[in-house]
Ligand binder design. Structure first.
Ligand SMILES: Cc1cc2nc3c(=O)[nH]c(=O)nc-3n(C[C@H](O)[C@H](O)[C@H](O)COP(=O)(O)OP(=O)(O)OC[C@H]3O[C@@H](n4cnc5c(N)ncnc54)[C@H](O)[C@@H]3O)c2cc1C
Length: 455
């Protein structure tokens, strides 16, 4: 890009919006996955207003410049990795949150963190349920763009279930408003949902209208240990077949020990698998639900089952699960999987992952939003050992192929980004890939929005 073209963008936006210093740009190259294919941008636009996004996209279209939309950069699939010669369009400074209690919605700018929306809603006795483990460090724009899931999604659904409206800036700079504060609306094609989970490849979200629900009631937490992930998976199937827990998470032995090595949470280091489940059923129903969960765990061979209603103790177990990625990161370089399968096939998935780990002699600890059949096998390896790194890559691909063979998915919530892109055709097939490319071409004919991601 010529200096004149870059100067045109700098001049079109208020002072301080466009950063070009190499030290600043370094902060916008990677997301949390540290994708080694990340490039170096020529500029980072830190928009404070939707018009800045429009101006940037009109300029990018005029000059054919790639634009990577970026929220908080907590993504785990290289979705916001910068591209060489492109611009990173950061929404981090657009953070306003307005709670409309009468309509029971939050109207949110994309850079607001998930936790900030939850806090603002809670101040009005309301709740925004989607709760990725990263809720304190990820943005609503990123959540919508990846259709983020989380721990309570097993009962309350994922981000898309709460998106009522979006403002989206298209590749040519047009701003469209889709949906709104209406609970029911079937006018026209369902374009709103096309942008949910589109990972910055179809448009840039500049405002979201999010459904809120009444605050969650008290919870009871069940913690069960099993000899193996297989046994624990059978307990998950049995519970899911008859109950609606508000959380049902699993950690395997390696994940438990990594978390304990990092910070003691009082977990049983000898457990083959640990289940953390919750019930938020109202009144006496809560006790009955937890009791039924206990019976199912024991029938599946649980070695120990404990129940607590103490909020502090519950939070300790839940945060142990949430912190698994952070704890495992201290053990080596991570290749993060997000594979899922139909819940009845969860035992096949966890057994298959263990076999792949043994065959390639690599460490693959597993944590899981198990109630959704969504697992995170995390390949931990030493990047300085080329043979280990090669085997880790092979295992990464085989885990995705295993999930596809089970009728599952290569990603349940983190998105395809750049790190799983090569496996997408194997899951979707040529016809669906071709259809996806047609949609992409219709909305972004010059291919400037997040090139290299997803498709
Ligand atoms: C410790 C840890 C735990 C995690 N746990 C979970 C979990 O439980 N569930 C889960 O779903 N994810 C989880 N994640 C992954 C990550 O936090 C989510 O994918 C999150 O939604 C990304 O938000 P972000 O703001 O960081 O987006 P980024 O990483 O900045 O971007 C993610 C994608 O969204 C696009 N994007 C961002 N903002 C916009 C916008 N305004 N318009 C258009 N496109 C945009 C980007 O181009 C990119 O493709 C975890 C991550 C970490 C580090």
């Amino acid at each position: 890009m010529t200096p004149e073209i870059l100067a045109e963008l700098v001049d079109a936006l208020p002072p301080g919006v466009v950063a070009t210093e190499p030290a600043t740009l370094e902060n916008y190259r990677f997301d949390w996955s540290k994708d080694d294919g990340a490039g170096t941008p020529v500029a980072a636009v830190r928009a404070t207003d939707a018009t800045h996004v429009q101006i940037t996209m009109r300029w990018a279209t005029r000059h054919g410049v790639p634009v990577v939309p970026r929220g908080a950069g907590s993504g785990l699939s290289g979705g916001s990795s910068a591209v060489d010669g492109g611009v990173v369009l950061s929404l981090e400074r657009m953070r306003s949150i307005e709670i409309d209690t009468a309509s029971r919605v939050a109207v949110v700018e994309p850079g607001a963190f998930n936790v900030e929306v939850k806090t603002a809603a809670a101040a009005q006795g309301l709740w925004y349920p989607p709760d990725p483990s990263s809720f304190e460090i990820c943005s609503i724009g990123g959540n919508v763009a990846t259709n983020a899931g989380g721990l309570c999604c097993v009962k309350y659904g994922v981000t898309t279930d709460y998106v009522l409206g979006l403002d989206v800036v298209l590749a040519d700079g047009t701003l469209v408003t889709l949906g709104g504060k209406r609970i029911k609306d079937v006018a026209g094609l369902s374009l709103l949902k096309l942008f949910v989970g589109s990972e910055g490849t179809l448009g840039i979200i500049t405002r979201a209208v999010l459904r809120l629900i009444p605050a969650q009631t008290d919870r009871a937490t069940l913690v069960a240990t099993f000899d193996s992930m297989t046994d624990a998976s059978y307990a998950v199937i049995a519970i899911g077949a008859q109950l609606r827990p508000s959380m049902m998470e699993l950690m395997d032995n390696a994940a438990v020990n990594a978390v304990e090595d990092w910070k003691s949470h009082g977990l049983d280091r000898s457990a083959g698998a640990l289940m953390v489940a919750q019930s938020d059923a109202p009144g006496a129903a809560r006790e009955l639900e937890i009791e039924a969960m206990r019976v199912a765990c024991e029938a599946a061979g649980a070695s120990e089952v404990a129940v607590t209603t103490d909020p502090g103790e519950s939070e300790m177990f839940v945060s142990a699960r949430r912190n698994a990625f952070v704890a495992l990161e201290l053990k080596g370089t991570l290749l993060l999987e997000d594979v899922g399968a139909p819940v009845p096939l969860l035992p096949d998935l966890v057994d298959g992952i263990a076999k792949i780990a043994a065959e390639h002699d690599v460490m693959i600890p597993v944590v899981a939003h198990a109630g959704d059949g969504n697992t995170h096998p995390i390949i931990v390896f030493d990047p300085n050992d080329p043979d280990v790194a090669r085997r880790a890559r092979l295992a990464f691909d085989e885990v995705m192929m295993l999930a596809i063979a089970l009728g599952g998915t290569i990603t349940g919530e983190h998105g395809v980004g750049r790190t799983k892109k090569h496996a997408l055709p194997a899951q979707l097939g040529e016809d669906v890939m071709a259809l996806s490319r047609k949609v992409k071409h219709a909305l972004d004919p010059d291919g400037i929005l997040n090139p290299g991601a997803v498709l």
